[in-house]
Ligand binder design. Structure first.
Ligand code: SF4
Ligand code: SF4
Length: 380
């Protein structure tokens, strides 16, 4: 006879999932339609039915160490088919948010984007930090072209952003170490990161998003935002390091290939955010499932891209009255995104990559397929 399982329900976890979009999870009567509908659920790591039951019972440790919650791409197919209206896709999304909170470093920051009060406080904190390094009052109108460095001197802004980067990398590293420990306790064996490269390749291609049936538009919005962020992060790091080492001079001329590339990335970012917003607005199910943190993040992303492009336009046209305000808003949005990265949906990239690598490792040692074997039309 199997050993009995003694449950110690984590009521705080249940509360977090309920508030984060999983309010209907108690309607689930475990028919498993969702798991059989999901094109990404596998035989050895089935989801989402199992995780919904565990969330109902507040089995936090099991969920934190379960890579399957990160294999879901939130396509909504399972919610469309659920006969009880239990919203399995939204519940799994809420479970991921609750897990991010528990892996966060420092822990009290985990829910910073979850409610309007703390999200606005984070914005205000970023705004105050940036104001403290600005040259105030802003330069008065003069004959020479006004550049942003006259408002936020490079000697302050660059070290400031490098210090913030260091902090973000530390928070992400602690989160990754905690997650690796949880995966081990959840049964992961072998070198988790040995399959990192194929997992990254799969994420970059967004191949699994193509499996979605209900919300195909999400794939393109997600792909645009993801590509733009990779481009902007590479550009920002290159220019930042180049400028600090004295190898590059800023502001970079508008027709410089690096500047053109950055502006193209900003345009792609705004387009991607617009596609994601449109996708949510036009789809009743996606609209109903979106929580505050989803909208807040989309506004931050779209706003950062838009104010970045506007700042460029204002620099070219020298509309001095608006330059400081728009650039300051841009920096505030970028800093909030940056500081919030370890606690927002951005951190999906880290945990999903690790989960996919761990699942590949598990598959190569056990022989289980990493994706569901699809039946051919002739046999289905
Ligand atoms: S969430 Fe819906 S589809 Fe999935 S097991 Fe529960 S009732 Fe069935
Ligand atoms: S939302 Fe999509 S990927 Fe996630 S469990 Fe449901 S069907 Fe699977």
């Amino acid at each position: 006879m199997a050993d009995p399982i003694i449950l110690h329900p984590d009521t705080e976890f249940i509360r977090d999932v309920t508030r984060g979009g999983g309010a209907d999870m108690k309607k689930c009567f475990q028919c498993a339609t969702c798991s059989s509908t999901c094109g990404l659920s596998t035989e050895n790591r089935p989801f989402p039915r199992k995780q919904i039951v565990e969330a109902q019972w507040g089995m936090t440790d099991r969920l934190i160490g379960d890579p399957a919650i990160w294999l879901c791409h939130n396509c909504g197919d399972c919610t469309t088919r659920c006969p009880r209206g239990a919203h399995p896709a939204e519940t799994l999304s809420a479970i991921r948010c609750a897990v991010i909170r528990r892996l966060a470093f420092p822990r009290f920051m985990g829910g910073v984007f979850a409610i309007p009060e703390s999200a606005v406080a984070m914005l205000a904190f970023s705004a105050i930090l940036l104001l403290s390094i600005a040259l105030l009052p802003a330069p008065s109108p003069g004959s020479s072209p006004l550049v942003f460095a006259q408002m936020f001197p490079k000697t302050r802004l660059e070290p400031f952003f490098f210090a913030v980067s260091g902090w973000v990398v530390l928070a992400l590293t602690v989160g990754a170490v905690r997650f690796a420990g949880a995966l081990r306790r959840g049964g992961a064996e072998g070198p988790i990161l040995s399959n990192l490269v194929p997992a990254l390749m799969e994420i970059v291609s967004h191949r699994r998003f193509a499996e979605c049936g209900a919300q195909q538009g999400r794939r393109w919005g997600h792909l645009l935002v993801f590509s733009a962020f990779v481009g902007l992060a590479a550009m920002g790091t290159t220019v930042g390091i180049g400028s600090m080492l004295g190898l590059m001079d800023t502001p970079i001329p508008f027709l410089n290939p690096l500047k053109l590339f950055a502006n193209l990335c900003a345009l792609v970012l705004v387009t991607g955010a617009a596609v994601l917003v449109w996708n949510r607005l036009k789809d009743r199910q996606a609209r109903a499932g979106a929580v505050f943190s989803d909208w807040f993040l989309l506004i931050l992303i779209g706003g950062a891209g838009l104010t970045g492009l506007l700042s460029e336009a204002l620099r070219l046209t020298q509309l001095r009255a608006a330059m400081f305000f728009i650039y300051y808003t841009h920096l505030t949005l970028v800093l909030t995104l940056f500081l919030g990265a370890p606690y927002s949906k951005f951190v999906h990239f880290l945990y999903r990559t690790m989960a996919m690598a761990a699942t590949r490792q598990e598959s190569s040692s056990s022989g289980w397929p990493i994706t569901r074997r699809r039946q051919s039309p002739a046999t289905s």
